[in-house]
Design a protein around this ligand. Structure first.
Ligand code: GRF
Length: 228
């Protein structure tokens, strides 16, 4: 079992993003702050909180959201690294600084390589705006619309070495409406995706999980270990 670096402050969540960061915002808004109970007394300690944000684009709006919330940020732009292996290692190092219990890819639009998975595999989750295994990749919403599906949705997975191939943690459906275009469907999916991601982070950090083949089951590991 990994050492619990800050038991009193709850589980440490690090978020990776590339874009506007509304998923990050949902996590920032939902992270229990534990500062005050209803009568002004100290509340219970937080179960988890976002302790760091790592971004591959210096101009990403999500970085401003992190800063506004007082969360430390790091930027790992590929242009600042000599090659792909160096970038992979740089991302892993940037995340490692925050000593995460859980890593969340929230609109992070790059594939993470072996140096990252070696350190954080098994405790990194990604959210995807389609019902996997259908429509993986960078254009899941567009591809689902082009196929003509009547229902799409979002999927939260444990990240593995493939593209959107990891074990499924949770899914939720969103109906496709007549006249939907990529932007309108994606916006409706993101409303549901934000809720689902917060629920999954809550569940992973409070109940833990067991991976049996591809099946994710909620609760402590079969060997009595604790994956929270
Ligand atoms: C989400 O739909 C995510 O699944 C996809 O990009 C979107 C990110 O949204 N990869 P935001 O940047 O958090 O608003």
């Amino acid at each position: 079992m990994r050492p619990d670096v800050t038991a009193s402050a709850g589980r440490r969540v690090v978020v990776l993003l590339s874009g506007t960061g509304t998923l990050l915002q949902a996590l920032l808004d939902a992270g229990p702050d534990g500062t005050a109970g209803p009568d002004g007394t100290a509340g219970p300690p937080p179960r988890w909180s976002v302790v760091g944000v790592v971004c591959d684009r210096p101009d990403a709006a999500g970085l401003a959201r992190a800063r506004a919330a007082g969360v430390a940020t790091a930027t790992v732009a590929p242009a600042d690294f000599p090659d792909r292996p160096a970038w992979d290692d740089g991302v892993a190092r940037a995340v490692e600084v925050f000593a995460p219990d859980l890593v969340v890819l929230a609109g992070f639009m790059r594939i993470l390589g072996e140096p990252f998975l070696r350190r954080f595999g098994g405790r990194t989750v990604n959210t995807h705006p389609a019902l996997l295994p259908a429509f993986p990749g960078a254009h899941g919403v567009r591809d689902a619309l082009a196929y003509g599906v009547k229902v799409s949705g979002c999927t939260v997975i444990l990240v593995d070495a493939g593209v959107d191939t990891g074990a499924v943690l949770a899914q939720r459906c969103v109906p496709v409406e007549d006249g939907d275009d990529e932007a309108s469907l994606h916006e409706r999916i993101k409303v549901v995706e934000r809720e689902l991601l917060v629920e999954v982070v809550d569940r992973m950090t409070t109940r833990g999980w067991t991976l049996d083949g591809r099946q994710v089951r909620w609760g402590a590991t079969a060997d009595g270990g604790d994956r929270r």
